[in-house]
Write a protein that binds this ligand. Structure first.
Ligand SMILES: [Zn+2]
Length: 162
């Protein structure tokens, strides 16, 4: 899924108390890999919008992608945070949710989601998220969860004002 959708899914589903953290955790897996690579290319003056070819993607970007897209690692980190400091743990669930969205909507041709990394390189050869079959329901889902979140925030603000 694209990073904007991940950010909004995070906000809509996990942004009740800590909306900025939920959005950041929703975006984080792609930002620390693709985002860092895009920033580096921008600084170097060779940034080209769109999906970069696999041949030019550096090994460090692929490792960061695999680490940040491990359901195993994300759940361990969220569980650890929940144990040490429970407050932010719910908003951090946007991270494993990001991975659960990527598992069925990445193909083996471009960054398949190795959700058990580093224990195992297993992945699901899914349907590319950019196809209308996936993209349009994604947008509908994003509108639904963000609309619901905004509606709930408005209700809470009205109750506080009454
Ligand atoms: Zn991703």
């Amino acid at each position: 899924m694209d990073v904007f959708s991940h950010t909004l899914w995070g906000y809509g589903l996990f942004g009740q108390k800590r909306p900025w953290l939920a959005m950041a955790m929703g975006a984080m897996p792609d930002m620390i890999s693709f985002g860092a690579f895009a920033l580096l290319r921008l600084v170097n003056g060779d940034y080209v919008p769109g999906k970069p070819d696999l041949e030019i993607i550096p090994a460090w970007c692929i490792v960061l992608y695999d680490l940040s897209h491990s359901l195993l690692i994300s759940l361990l980190v969220v569980a650890l945070v929940h144990r040490l400091w429970p407050g932010p743990a719910f908003a951090m669930l946007a991270w494993p949710f990001h991975i659960m969205l990527d598992i069925p909507f990445h193909t083996r041709h471009y960054f398949p989601t190795k959700f058990l990394y580093p224990l195992n390189d297993i992945f699901y050869d899914g349907i590319a998220w950019s196809r209308p079959l996936v993209w349009l329901p994604n947008i509908a889902g994003v509108l639904l969860v963000v609309g619901h979140r905004l509606w709930r925030r408005r209700q809470a603000a009205n109750r506080a004002a009454a």
